[in-house]
Design a protein around this ligand. Structure first.
Ligand code: ATP
Ligand code: MG
Length: 583
């Protein structure tokens, strides 16, 4: 295509709202435009890249035996009631009503819709296994849409659902998807790693996230240098500190600790290591009523060793899977009235009328310092079993870099990353709820065993830019670039030789199936080079002064080096590079 004709509008200034490189460059290169917070339009160049990523996804899904279908993002509330998720999903679910008052959701994911299709269309074991997928706009009314395509309210997702006769079948389907995902993200030019993950509101037990490394990602990945262990910080199991059973229990004692509302303050005041203190975190949990209002259902006090941080996902799971929007930090005054807690001075001894959850290492610790439920007072020598017990004891800790690997014990490393995909073994959660069954060889009715598999197509696009850019703009990998080659034709409008050679290269490359952009605009060379760099076309051929001799300049966007070569050589190199990228 000729650049003078295509709709591309690059920006000289960094848009105020953009904080991270992918957001900045996708806006500045004119690939995306904001419609409203968390909702974007894709312009010509941006849309070409979206379609390339989709095509890679499609090819690998098809190769893995999945079949593409298309469903509507408009999903009837009834299906969500049937699965029990209408209440659980919370304000992220984008709800709407039709003129008759009937309720719908704009799909954030489509387990219900796919299970509904399959229960209507599959009845025999002969029809299984099946893996159906779609590439579709998804809607999530995120609390904090940000970072452009990274966390938006409308985004493109590929979602696939596998339907198997049994667990062994599911294991096979899951592995096939795991392999397909590895191929997809490799072809997209990403550095990534599959890691063990929490399954969140989707449900089910086994799950992995595909994390692309990037400093602006919102996931923390713990990984071991010595073995294969890798998990998100939400999921990573922790290793407890050794129990201190040999330490003699000393008598419980109340001590005056004025103005020591934090662990740091009380540890410093009493001259204790933080490991000898107990940290209290107080929450209130809500029930959602039929009319959509919320009432406080119960209070929860969670205790971890003083130097530890609480992992909220683990706490919510420990409490039986409390939805994210139904738990928040407790109001000090009302919780105090109900349970005896005192802000900054809350400990487990004497606490009442609330659920007490203790981290798994806490019962093994001896003679701890904890709040005494009185202003400016702490207890010392608090011992589990003797002075207090918990309703639930389980792993609640956030893993930190340097903590021991739960598999081999070596110190863990931490890296930031972007979740570009996730795969789940759902089991029979949805087939049970929606009664999706088949008859087996002996005419018995069986539940269909399901898996589900998502890829954030537009988030993947952002992740690619995060990993492939410099101070001048985007550096697209060839496989996802909007065009493979840009011809920068210097003085195209006035120099006949330049025009002749540029047009010739343009035609030849097109004939070879190379996607080529000809910068035929009446602009200064500096402007052309700046734009070419910003939009990140991987290969650049500059036609200028030596056009008449048949000599042009060949340059890769990813390298500084530029070389003068003959026209034939330039064409041959570009054709070879594109061919290689497709292998
Ligand atoms: P997150 O933890 O980042 O909110 P999620 O785990 O809720 O994501 P999934 O339900 O696993 O997301 O959705 C599948 C994929 O869709 C994710 O791996 C991600 O790539 C993409 N995705 C999810 N939410 C968004 C969003 N708000 N904007 C862009 N892409 C998203
Ligand atoms: Mg996920």
């Amino acid at each position: 295509m000729r650049l003078s004709k295509i709709h591309v509008n690059t920006l000289r200034e960094v848009p105020g709202e953009a904080e991270i490189p992918s957001h900045v460059w996708l806006l500045r290169a004119g690939m995306i435009r904001k419609t409203v917070s968390g909702v974007y339009s894709f312009m010509t160049l941006g849309w070409r890249t979206v379609r390339k990523i989709e095509q890679i996804v499609r090819e690998e899904m098809d190769a893995a035996g999945a079949q593409e279908i298309s469903t509507s993002p408009v999903q009837p509330a009834e299906l969500w009631h049937e699965s029990g998720r209408w209440g659980v999903y919370g304000p992220e679910l984008w709800r709407l009503k039709d003129r008759h008052g009937r309720e719908f959701a704009l799909g954030p994911t489509a387990e219900e819709v796919f299970t509904d299709i399959v229960r209507g269309e599959i009845d025999s074991y002969r029809q299984l296994p099946r893996n159906l997928y779609q590439i579709q706009l998804k809607y999530r009314d995120e609390a904090r849409p940000r970072y452009g395509l990274m966390r938006s309210r409308e985004f493109i997702m590929k979602d696939a659902y596998s339907f198997d006769r049994d667990r062994a079948g599911l294991d096979e389907s899951y592995l096939a998807m795991r392999e397909a995902y590895t191929k997809v993200f490799t072809r997209c030019g990403l550095e990534f790693r599959p890691v063990a993950a929490d399954s969140g509101p989707i449900g089910g037990k086994d799950s992995e996230e595909f994390i692309a490394f990037g400093e602006y990602g919102e996931s923390d990945v713990l990984y071991c240098g010595a073995c294969e262990f890798a998990a998100t910080s939400e999921e990573a199991a922790t290793v407890d500190a050794p129990a201190q059973m040999e330490e003699a229990e000393r008598p419980l004692e109340a001590v005056s600790t004025p103005d020591t509302k934090t662990i740091d303050a009380v540890a410093a005041f009493l001259g204790l290591p933080k490991e000898k203190t107990l940290k209290a975190l107080l929450f209130q949990i809500y029930d959602e009523k039929e009319d959509g209002t919320y009432i406080i259902k119960e209070y929860v006090a969670a205790f971890v060793r003083g130097d530890r941080e609480l992992n909220m996902v683990k706490l919510r799971n420990a409490l039986g899977g409390v939805a994210e929007h139904l738990i928040e930090f407790a109001d000090e005054v009302s919780m105090g009235e109900a349970t005896g807690s005192v802000g900054g001075f809350t400990g487990p001894v004497g606490l009442h009328d609330c659920r007490i959850v203790a981290d798994s290492e806490v019962p093994g610790l001896r003679n701890l310092c904890a709040g005494a439920l009185r202003e400016d007072t702490h207890y010392i020598h608090v011992n589990y079993g003797r002075d207090w017990t918990a309703d639930i004891v389980t792993d609640l800790k956030l893993v930190r870099a340097g903590d021991a690997c739960p598999v081999c014990g070596a110190p863990l490393n931490i890296a930031r990353g972007i979740e570009v995909g996730q795969i789940f073994k759902l089991g029979t959660k949805y087939s049970e709820a929606l009664h999706a069954v088949y008859t087996d060889e002996s005419q018995q009715e069986q539940l269909i065993v399901m898996g589900c598999y998502g890829i954030g197509v537009t988030r993947t696009m952002a992740a690619i830019v995060e990993q492939h850019h410099d101070d001048d703009g985007i550096i697209w990998p060839l496989a996802v670039a909007p065009f493979h080659v840009i011809i920068c034709a210097v003085k195209y409008a006035v120099d006949e030789e330049v025009r002749r050679v540029s047009d010739e290269i343009y035609r030849e490359l097109q004939a070879e199936g190379v996607e080529v952009l000809l910068d035929d605009r009446d602009e200064r060379p500096g402007v052309k080079f700046k734009d070419a760099d910003m939009i990140g076309i991987p290969l650049r051929i500059t036609v200028g002064k030596r056009a008449a001799e048949g000599v042009v300049e060949y340059k890769k966007r990813s390298e500084q080096e530029r070389e003068e070569v003959t026209v034939d050589e330039a064409v041959a190199r570009a054709v070879a590079a594109v061919k290689e990228s497709k292998e």
